[in-house]
Design a protein around this ligand. Structure first.
Ligand SMILES: NC(=O)c1ccc[n+]([C@@H]2O[C@H](COP(=O)([O-])OP(=O)(O)OC[C@H]3O[C@@H](n4cnc5c(N)ncnc54)[C@H](O)[C@@H]3O)[C@@H](O)[C@H]2O)c1
Length: 359
């Protein structure tokens, strides 16, 4: 039976939506259109072929719990849309490193850090038979991300990097994966219909229709721990780079922007609100403005995309393709090794699935 063995680091809201999503769509029909998946059958792999075999976190309330329970443990606030049966996978403790900012110790209910070494993580990965490690660490986890990327390399796991530390899009790191004959996809997942893809499409529309874009901003509000973590500007430098480059890369001239997480509004919980504003000039230098407000449940917005990515990475493992996966990274991440317009990236992924594109 086909099986894709996945480990996750960071059992927060994104992991919750991913794990629930695999359960929710386990009986989807091959010809069914599932909102948020490219295909139910992705290169021969069904959603139900994904099996979670290991998980790491630093929360006292999550460590030691079955993963099916840990995903519904506070401060997680992702809506419950599937009943996940016991998975037989206990959440393992990981090192804290820079995963937990000072102001997040309490909200995450972080443990004292114990004495977890890289060898312990590698052992858990190897013993579980994990083939792919999905990184859901908080924004600002520079050292922790590199720690887990190295652990994946040492344990022989491919990496899916869902957060804005640059691994797949960093030459030195992607080369390490190539040398170990392992694929890597990233960085910073682009949600199904989130602020980034919407902003990219608005800007692209303007460029395609000959409108000169003079200024644009994208403000984001949310009420979960992802947003609370990002109230410290120091932690979100790479998030701003990732979100800003995703938009700017589509414009062939310099464009003044302000793009990023803007505030934490606790009662919004897992709801995210995004305001996009754009000012431009059309024929005769006549002004034009666009104002958009988007409201989404944040975590389920990225889960379908990650289910597709996991299956694309599994195809790479089957096909013995190593290093950065160009097509799926361009399609599914904000900061890929190569930025192309989204319709191009989608075509590349379809070709990749058929085996007509190597990576
Ligand atoms: N729409 C989306 O969900 C989306 C989109 C793009 C990027 N992301 C990124 O994905 C990441 C995860 O998002 P989230 O909403 O699940 O965050 P979250 O705050 O809900 O979860 C983070 C989890 O990581 C754990 N953690 C902290 N330090 C750790 C460490 N050293 N080792 C192991 N676990 C540790 C926390 O205890 C928590 O369970 C963030 O970086 C976010 O920006 C999410």
């Amino acid at each position: 039976m086909a099986e894709i063995r996945v480990a996750v680091v960071g059992v927060g809201n994104s992991a919750s939506a991913l794990i629930q999503g695999v359960e929710y769509y386990k009986n989807a029909k091959e010809n069914e259109t599932v909102p948020g998946l490219m295909h139910v059958n992705f290169g021969g792999y069904h959603v139900r072929d994904i099996r979670f075999v290991a998980a790491f976190d630093v929360s006292k309330s999550k460590i030691g719990k079955d993963l099916s329970e840990a995903i519904f443990t506070e401060p997680n606030c992702c809506v419950k849309f599937a009943n996940v049966p016991p998975l037989g996978v206990k959440v393992s403790p990981g090192p804290i490193l820079d995963g937990v900012a000072e102001h997040m110790k309490k909200p995450f209910n972080a443990y004292d850090g114990g004495a977890v070494e890289r060898e312990d993580i590698i052992k858990v990965l190897k013993d579980s038979g994990a083939e792919i490690l999905v990184n859901y660490l908080p924004v600002g986890s520079y050292n922790a991300t590199r720690f887990y990327a190295q652990a994946a390399l040492d344990a022989g796991c491919a990496l899916v990097n869902c957060m804005p530390e640059f691994i797949a899009s960093n030459e030195a790191w992607s080369k390490k994966f190539e040398e170990k004959k392992l694929p890597v996809a990233g960085d910073d997942v682009k949600s199904q219909l989130g602020a980034t893809i919407l902003h990219r499409n608005l800007v692209r529309l303007c460029v395609d229709r000959g409108v000169i874009v003079d200024e644009t901003y994208q403000l984001n509000l949310g009420g979960d721990t992802d947003f609370l973590n990002m109230t410290v500007e120091e932690r979100l430098k790479t998030k701003r780079v990732s979100k800003t480059e995703a938009v700017k890369s589509l414009v062939p001239y310099d464009l003044p922007t302000r793009i990023g997480p803007s505030d934490y509004v606790p009662f919004l919980e897992n709801k995210k609100i995004c305001y996009i504003w754009l000012k431009g000039r059309k024929f005769g230098d006549r002004p034009l403005t666009i104002t958009v407000k988007l409201e989404v449940e944040d975590s389920p917005n990225s889960a379908g995309v990650v289910i597709d990515v996991i299956r694309a990475v599994k195809l790479a493992l089957d096909r013995k393709i190593a290093g950065p996966l160009i097509s799926i990274s361009s399609y599914a991440f904000k900061h890929p090794p190569i930025q192309v317009p989204d319709p191009v990236a989608k075509e590349w992924v379809e070709e990749y699935i058929k085996g007509n594109r190597e990576r």
